[in-house]
Write a protein that binds this ligand. Structure first.
Ligand code: SF4
Length: 61
């Protein structure tokens, strides 16, 4: 599961640049998840997010 905490997001665009298939901007210029999939790009985006707004939960099974 991938989630963007909009209270933390500052719309810097790092995640949309790193994982454009997963993240896009909403009408407020903040990141939103367009595809709920955890992959290497998503993990890199989460690490690159300056405000740690991206939450990732990997399925256990
Ligand atoms: S990298 Fe973080 S702060 Fe930047 S747009 Fe994405 S979620 Fe928002």
């Amino acid at each position: 599961m991938v989630k963007v905490n909009k209270d933390k997001c500052i719309g810097c665009g790092a995640c949309t640049a790193i994982a454009p298939e997963i993240f896009d901007f909403d009408d407020d210029g903040l990141a939103k998840v367009i595809k709920d999939e955890v992959n290497e790009d998503v993990k890199m985006a989460a690490e690159s997010c300056p405000t740690e707004a991206i939450e990732i939960k990997e399925k256990n099974s």
